[in-house]
Design a protein around this ligand. Structure first.
Ligand SMILES: Nc1ncnc2c1ncn2[C@@H]1O[C@H](COP(=O)(O)OP(=O)(O)OP(=O)(O)O)[C@@H](O)[C@H]1O
Ligand SMILES: [Mg+2]
Ligand SMILES: [Zn+2]
Length: 246
């Protein structure tokens, strides 16, 4: 069993190991529990790995506490949307050729909330994931092209390519230059070709969305995603009738 001891000592040096001051009584801080017959990962290490994945997930402050459990299913449209998103999360590993969600609906109807709820649920299942708002993504692409991106930008743009789940919020938002459109095409095409999950939200109608991101991107996104409508009732402003929002 010497090699298992070697694994343990290597493990202790990684960032996931328990800090000295709070050593776990089950694994003595190694992160693994070794018995005569096998070695298994300790719950404390699983917890730290989950915390690290959530730290790197780029979820904005307002949405940090949002989950599928905190999404109110008080209307038929919300109940249906929540049910579809939950099913997507449950069946995630068994539907490799349709690895995504396309959430569309009016502003304030819970698209970002549901996208983040699904992203977090998948991270809890052990997947890696990152959240990106389309406008920030375009900014990061421009920073990268300027040749002087900061460390955080470089790290985010590396993750966005191959992370298990990319939540891309507000697809098509902002003024998109040819350069940004090309970068979006390249990213979406890569993830589409590799069967990597995207969770996309948009409050644009299909025609406007096509105008913004071009048909090849729209075609790939819709083709790889289950489509879920969040309806047109603004949760932020329940008193606004749809005509007042136009
Ligand atoms: N059914 C719901 N239950 C609980 N909170 C909700 C629900 N729907 C929306 N919210 C909350 O309302 C706010 C607006 O929702 P969200 O940001 O997800 O809307 P959106 O559809 O993404 O809007 P936009 O198109 O403007 O980006 C958020 O704080 C969200 O958590
Ligand atoms: Mg939103
Ligand atoms: Zn432990």
């Amino acid at each position: 069993m010497n090699f298992l001891r070697d694994i343990q000592s290597l493990r202790k040096k990684t960032e996931d190991a328990f800090p000295d001051e709070e050593e776990c009584p089950h694994c003595d801080g190694y992160g693994y529990i070794v018995t005569d017959s096998d070695v298994r990962i300790c719950e404390c290490l699983k917890k730290r790995q989950l915390e690290r994945r959530l730290r790197h997930s780029n979820i904005p402050a307002r949405y940090k506490s949002k989950t599928l459990e905190t999404f109110k299913a008080d209307l038929d449209s919300r109940r249906l949307a929540l049910r579809q998103v939950r099913r997507f999360v449950e069946e995630f590993d068994s539907s490799p050729e349709c690895p995504g969600l396309f959430l569309y609906g009016a502003p304030g109807t819970g698209k970002t909330h549901l996208a983040i709820g699904a992203l977090k649920a998948l991270i809890e299942k052990g997947k890696s994931g990152i959240f990106y708002n389309m406008v920030s993504l375009a900014q990061d692409f421009r920073k990268q092209a300027s040749g002087e991106p900061d460390e955080d930008t470089v790290e985010r743009l590396e993750l966005v390519q191959d992370v298990d789940v990319l939540a891309l919020d507000d697809l098509g938002a902002g003024r998109l230059t040819d350069f940004v459109q090309e970068q979006i095409y390249s990213l979406v095409d890569h993830r589409y070709s590799e069967n990597r999950c995207v969770i996309v939200t948009s409050n644009l109608g299909l025609r406007k969305l096509e105008e913004q991101i071009t048909y090849p991107v729209l075609s790939r996104v819709r083709g790889m995603c289950f489509t879920v409508s969040t309806g047109d009732l603004d949760f932020r402003n329940p008193d606004l009738v749809p005509s007042a929002k136009k």
